[in-house]
Design a binder for this molecule. Structure first.
Ligand code: IVH
Length: 730
């Protein structure tokens, strides 16, 4: 042993030794679960943290870094039923870079040790699957094995032969005497849920995530079972080879691909760290558009002779490094499954989990869609579950960590009654699994969701009227009475009604109460009154803003009524055509349907809405409170419509008009504005950087107006505008 190490050993405190032993045992235990059982109980990120702690401890006390330490071994040497096979060349693991600094330090070392400035980085995706080694002799697949401990793996030849991506025989030129092909087998993300569904139905335990399913599938005793699974492979390396000379890994991949092997489509050779960073950034943003999970990027020195010069440690090559993206999967406890009720009464089960940080935000709820999805995922209340939050995507429960069950877990049962108002639930449609609360008028949940929508930007845009206010107005804690039993009272709310209200703080997506982190109970607040018992500033502002909303344009009022299928766009079309609620009500279904931008479905829905007496009550109450249910000029004769019958397309950036402004100006004069140019288009108005619509107009010989020509159209009409159009070749 070198002197320095012996010296360090002499000072090695007992606690450090004990801590090392404990950490090493944990690491080994998790590795066994991961590699031998395909069923880890911690996430990859948690495991990485453990391993890092062990490494840090060994950095401090190098004597602890013995050859049998888990930091010095390629993991995977575990007893299984499968036969052992020795790899001709070792299968190594990878060192990780978790930040910019570590990446830059690696690149610097590479540049230094390569001994030449003439080298390239090969960037690849790091696929979260199962590493395999394929041995081809004279172009024939003779053996497939898992990585194992890097020297000896498990024989999975019959199983691998069932994977369609993997050729039994290589075809093409320059087939070598022998070659080991390394790669990753994965289970496609989008088919994972179905797999679990089938497993649960067959009484088997569901997998926690797609990686485990790949590994479990490949190590099936019966290859016939493997054959039924949609496994794929991506090649990411070459091991031993005879009669196969290569200069660069990237060139080798090209050849491999010609032989019929599934090489990666996303690889990229770059000549600087800048290029590496760009690759990392690009796939960081697009990591979810892949058919497999990726947990990072692998950067390799492309030149094979230089790889040899850099060599490897016991565990990993020095010529490659793995950049890990921030983890998007965490394990957490499924505390409960509760059902939320949406704006249309749809009832949705939600997982309420022990709050966790994942992908940059705290998650407490994850939708489970409906009772069938809960069953398909195989999760039980009380399970440890794998929760995934992919970037901006809504959080999702992947599956349970079934190994951690202790028998106290309970299956979820869909309630028969609305959890908010007690009304018996109904199927949305005949034979549908989705359930709905039929009490549309006064189910506090549905009313809360409608009010929240009505106050949102899309509709009346009432500032200071958020989700908590909507909840408090519809379902305050007793003994306060709810100020609103439907929308009628909204515009006559008073401060006196608001002051006594306390309510639960609800999660905006699920509608379920958030937990108070201090007490663990559902969180309650005084919503509108401060500690002195006076109206809070924002509550007073809310009342002022409600008052102001009485003068909103008709389209916004219509949107706020939550009439099925009538969103902001349809509401705009209705307002433009009819200009008042009274005229919409009076219109026949045919007239409504004939309106540009309305159509039969919306027309029918409007008729149904007006037929409901309580809806009319809302309108009466609003009118009484001073809400203007019509637009300026309604009932008067319409203004002149000199552009009636014209169809206009606006493209590019105009100097004096915004896109919407130009559109409104045209529509107010009777023109129809559309998005695509055809022979029927009357004019195309073009600003700066117009793009392909301009070319299309020229091609179809549709008159093109620049900003000057557009002004002529608005002021003098179509004939003058045709004169002012951009000249076109005859
Ligand atoms: S190269 C000698 N490239 O990640 C270099 N590995 O954490 C060995 N992996 O054991 C690996 N995608 O199973 C390489 N594009 C890629 C990879 C990749 C996934 C796996 C591989 C390796 C593990 C290390």
């Amino acid at each position: 042993m070198p002197e320095a190490a012996t010296g360090a050993a002499a000072e090695l405190p007992a606690e450090a030794r004990e801590r090392h032993a404990a950490l090493a045992e944990q690491v080994e235990e998790h590795r066994t679960l991961y590699y031998a059982k395909s069923s880890p109980v911690v996430t990859d990120a948690e495991f990485d943290r453990l391993l890092r702690s062990l490494e840090a401890l060994e950095d401090e006390y190098p004597a602890l870094r013995t050859p049998d330490s888990p930091t010095q071994k390629v993991a995977g040497d575990y007893e299984t039923d499968l036969a052992k096979v020795e790899h001709r060349e070792r299968m190594l693991s990878l060192d990780n870079a978790f930040d910019e600094e570590e990446l830059a330090a690696w690149a610097e070392r590479v540049a230094r040790d390569a001994g030449t400035p003439d080298f390239h980085f090969l960037c690849e995706l790091k696929i979260d699957g199962l590493a395999v080694n394929l041995t081809y002799e004279k172009g024939r697949l003779v053996r497939a094995a898992t990585r194992g401990d890097g020297r000896v793996g498990e024989d999975i030849t019959p199983n691998v032969r069932t994977i369609r991506d993997i050729p039994e025989r290589l075809s093409g030129d320059r087939i070598p005497e022998l070659v080991e092909i390394r790669g990753e087998v994965f289970f496609p993300m989008d088919q994972f849920q179905q797999l679990n569904e089938r497993r649960v139905a067959a009484g088997e335990q569901p997998y926690a995530n797609p990686r485990n399913s790949a590994s479990g599938s490949l190590r099936q005793k019966d290859p016939k079972v493997t054959a039924t699974l949609p496994l794929h492979m991506v090649v990411h390396g070459i091991g031993a080879r005879v009669g196969f000379d290569i200069d660069c890994l990237s060139h080798a991949y090209e050849l491999l691909s010609e032989w019929g092997l599934p090489t990666a489509r996303h690889n990229k050779v770059v000549d600087s760290l800048e290029g590496v960073r760009a690759f990392i950034a690009h796939y960081g943003e697009n990591r979810h558009s892949m058919e497999h999970e990726i947990d990072g990027v692998v950067v390799k020195l492309d030149e094979i002779p230089l790889q040899g010069r850099l060599g490897s440690t016991a565990r990993a090559p020095r010529w490659a490094i793995a950049w890990k993206y921030p983890p998007e999967e965490v394990n957490t406890k499924l505390v409960n499954i509760r059902v939320g009720v949406g704006r249309t009464g749809r009832v949705t089960p939600y997982a309420q989990v022990e709050p966790v940080q994942v992908a940059g935000s705290e998650v407490e709820f994850a939708t489970l869609h409906n009772q069938d999805v809960v069953k398909a995922k195989g999760v039980l209340i009380g399970d440890t579950v794998v929760l995934r939050k992919a970037g901006d995507v809504i959080p999702e429960i992947l599956g349970p960590v079934a190994e951690l069950r202790d028998g106290t877990e309970q299956p979820f049962e869909m309630p028969a009654e609305c959890p908010e108002c007690g009304t018996p639930l109904k199927a949305m449609k005949e034979g549908d699994v989705d359930l709905r609360c039929p009490n549309a008028r006064s189910c506090p949940a549905q009313l809360r969701e409608r009010l929240f929508y009505l106050a949102s930007r899309k509709s009346l845009d009432i500032e200071n009227f958020g989700y908590v206010a909507a909840a408090a107005l519809t379902k305050p804690l007793e003994p306060a009475e709810p100020p609103l039993k439907d929308e009628s009272g909204l515009f006559s709310l008073t401060a006196e009604q608001l002051l006594p209200i306390r309510a639960y703080v609800l999660d905006q997506d699920s509608g379920l109460p958030k937990r108070d982190p201090k007490t663990g109970e559902d969180k309650i607040v005084s919503v509108f009154a401060n500690q002195q018992g006076e109206l809070k500033k924002n509550a007073a502002a809310m009342l002022v803003n409600i008052e102001a909303a009485k003068n909103s344009p008709l389209a916004r009022i219509l949107t706020g009524l939550s009439i099925r299928h009538v969103g902001p766009v349809a509401a705009e079309a209705l307002a433009r055509q009819f200009r008042s609620v009274d005229r919409i009500r009076a219109a026949s279904e045919e007239e409504l349907a004939a309106t540009e931008g309305v159509g039969a479905i919306i027309a029918a829905s409007l008729k149904q809405w007006f037929a409901e007496e309580w809806h009319e009550e809302i309108l009466r109450a609003w009118a009484e409170a001073g809400v203007r249910l019509e637009d300026e000029g309604a009932g008067e004769d319409e203004g002149p419509r000199p552009l009636e019958g014209l169809t206009v397309v606006v493209t590019g950036t105009l100097e004096n008009h915004t896109r919407d402004g130009a559109k409104e100006a045209l529509q107010s004069l009777g023109a129809k504005v559309t998005g695509s140019v055809s022979k029927k288009t009357s004019f195309v108005v073009v600003g700066e950087n117009p793009g392909s619509k301009y070319d299309k107009a020229m091609q179809l010989k549709v008159p093109v107006l620049d900003e000057g020509g557009f002004a002529v159209l608005l002021q003098e009409g179509p004939d003058a505008a045709r004169e002012a159009a951009v000249p076109q070749e005859a």
